[in-house]
Ligand binder design. Structure first.
Ligand code: IMP
Ligand code: MG
Length: 177
């Protein structure tokens, strides 16, 4: 199994800069809360936050998990959210796959009192969406085919997360067709 580059680091950097600028325009003069889902969004959130030109931005992390190996368990576990009453929230995740994680996170932010919620993902795998999943994110870095990807925060049971590029695993992923 060897990682093969699907999206090089410089292309990611350019796209994240554009997403940050767009969020800066959308929230001009405001103090949104960027809530990033761990562990997958670790790299994306760190770069995205620094690309949003808003002095009032706040960055928080929440743990979300639904994956074991290369498949979604379908049950989303979400950590405690910060106080969100009356806040504008930007929910950031590494990838929109079945959409179940972001659907649960959006619902939780609403319940916690957020008045504006935007979703922002680096990657979108539209082919994989579940009926109960979030249909689309408000901002998407790259739309990708239905392949398991690693790197730039995305992992396979803890491996490959540190790769600077988004990669597919050549030779396939054990346990998948
Ligand atoms: P969803 O709930 O199915 O949309 O999945 C979202 C989460 O599953 C993401 O936050 C990722 O952590 C993980 N995930 C989905 N697809 C991949 C992949 O191709 N590689 C690594 N992680 C993935
Ligand atoms: Mg994740």
């Amino acid at each position: 199994m060897q990682p093969r580059v699907l999206i090089p680091a410089d292309a990611i950097a350019r796209r994240v800069a554009a997403l940050g600028a767009e969020l800066g325009r959308r929230h001009h003069g405001g103090s949104p809360l960027l809530v990033a889902l761990l562990d997958g969004a670790c790299c994306f959130a760190a770069d995205l936050a620094r690309a949003i030109p808003l002095p009032g931005l706040e960055l928080r992390f929440v743990r979300a998990s639904s994956y074991r190996g290369t498949s979604s368990t379908g049950t989303v576990e979400l950590g405690a959210l910060p106080a969100l009453s009356g806040r504008a929230v930007i929910l950031a995740d590494d990838i929109l796959d079945t959409g179940l994680t972001l659907a649960a996170a959006v619902a939780a932010c609403r319940t916690a009192g957020a008045t504006r919620i935007e979703t922002c993902v680096l990657l979108d795998k539209p082919a994989r969406r579940a009926v109960a999943g979030l249909a689309r994110a408000d901002l998407v870095g790259f739309s990708i085919p239905d392949r398991f990807v690693v790197g730039y925060g995305l992992d396979l049971d803890g491996r490959w997360r540190h790769l600077p590029a988004v990669c597919v695993l050549d030779g396939g992923v054990p346990g998948t067709p």
